[in-house]
Design a protein around this ligand. Structure first.
Ligand SMILES: Cc1ncc(COP(=O)(O)O)c(C=O)c1O
Length: 398
């Protein structure tokens, strides 16, 4: 099938909800992908922070092959060994005591929202159901998670939204404190906002939220769907803050591209999820948990968070050097390999120019170019990305 026909059929047969780049990607290996014309690209999008180990990592491919030939799926009315091993590994390497598996980031947040409501009603007060989230946040596309999301552009047309959510400015402890009342069941935040523009809070923000929750009995939920699994230079982004949440959600990079989500929580919170109270058909299948187990074991064993921190520093140093000659760069911010380059002009044309020159990057909001390379990226690829981005920025400045 030729590329032109594929794109015509895509436009004809898909619902039109994605603004797609005019590329058909056919193959990936490590930090590279190739399009249907054979053109090679350096992939600094990683499926939006998903393929942390790069494309077709041999350990992941091996786990997929083996799991596919052993056991794909059995219901959660039975036990399956890889699911148990993955839960144990997650618990051993995080604050959490218990894990609930699901299939996406939105579902992980749905599970978190359900568990905090049930926990608060049963343990605090029957009218404690409200979740306070933040402006510019992103938590998913289901009706509950889109209601939790603090960006009106994702709400339009889907109203009435789910009741039980409030939004306050991100990184504003006083606003959070003012918003909390006798109905507050939980605070839900990203330790650093990804989709909202790669926004990093002040050092005191997450500890301050922890304190507010401790004082009021509300639960602290960190959405680490984008920031988890090594992306920010620690296994979990909350480790930068010195405080731990009561609930954490994961998805994206956990199985390097095979759909999975997870909601991790403390024992007392988990106890609200009594038998039959929540579940999912596909969740935590032997297949996906085998792949996640291989992924997480590699991320931890190969010390990839540390590597992400080092490469992230190199990239950010390079971007700040670029900023000196490129006044179009307003600010460079990031943690590890989740980096935002805020421009004084729209980011989309820069993204397009990078693509034409062989580098795939993301945007986050209108004016932020977002870089999310795989954790395995090396210094030479970072240098190449900086060269391409620099040229794209100077071409646009003329
Ligand atoms: C922080 C955060 N939470 C939740 C989600 C939703 O995840 P999914 O698209 O897997 O439902 C995303 C997706 O970008 C995200 O970045």
């Amino acid at each position: 099938m030729d590329t032109k026909t594929l794109m015509e059929w895509s436009a004809k047969y898909h619902t039109p909800n994605y603004g797609r780049t005019p590329l058909v990607l056919v193959r990936g290996e490590g930090t590279r992908v190739w399009d249907s014309d054979g053109k090679e690209y350096l992939d600094f999008t990683t499926g939006i922070a998903v393929t942390g180990l790069g494309h077709c990592h041999p350990v992941v491919t091996g786990a997929i092959r083996e799991a596919a030939a052993t056991l794909l799926h059995v219901s959660n009315i039975f036990h399956n060994a890889p699911q148990v091993h993955l839960a144990k590994l997650l618990v051993e390497h995080s604050f959490a005591d218990r894990v609930f598996f699901c299939n996406s980031g939105a579902e992980a947040n749905e599970a978190a929202l359900k568990v905090v409501r049930k926990y608060a009603k049963e343990n605090l007060a029957t009218d404690r159901y409200e979740v306070i989230a933040t402006n510019n946040s992103f938590h998913g596309r289901t009706l509950a998670t889109v209601s939790a999301t603090g960006q009106p552009k994702y709400h339009h047309g889907f109203e009435p939204l789910m009741p039980g959510f409030k939004h306050v400015p991100y990184n504003d402890l006083r606003a959070m404190e003012r918003a909390m009342d006798s109905h507050t069941a939980a605070i839900l935040v990203e330790p650093l906002q990804g989709e909202g523009g790669v926004n990093i809070p002040d050092d005191g923000y997450l500890p301050g939220l922890r304190k507010l929750c401790d004082e009021s009995g509300a639960l602290l939920v960190f959405d680490e769907v984008q920031t988890g699994v090594g992306r920010t230079g620690k296994l979990w982004a909350y480790e930068h803050s010195g405080v731990e949440p009561d609930v954490m959600t994961l998805a994206k990079a956990l199985a390097n591209g095979i759909p999975i989500g997870a909601m991790l929580c403390r024992e007392r919170v988990a106890s609200a999820l009594t038998a039959g109270s929540h579940g999912s058909t596909f969740a935590g299948s032997a297949f996906v948990t085998s792949v996640a187990l291989a992924t997480l074991t590699t991320v931890i064993g190969d010390k990839l968070p540390q590597r992400a921190a080092e490469r992230g520093r190199e990239l950010m140093d390079g971007l700040r050097t670029l900023q000196k000659t490129q006044p179009v760069i307003k600010e460079v911010r990031g943690l590890g390999l989740l980096i935002g380059v805020e421009l004084t002009k729209p980011a989309a044309p820069v993204m397009d120019a990078c693509r034409d020159a062989g580098l795939l990057v993301l945007t986050a909001g209108e004016k932020v170019v977002r870089l999310a390379p795989p954790l395995i990226v090396d210094s030479a690829d970072c240098k190449r990305a900086l060269d391409i981005l620099g040229s794209a920025l100077s071409a646009g400045a003329k």
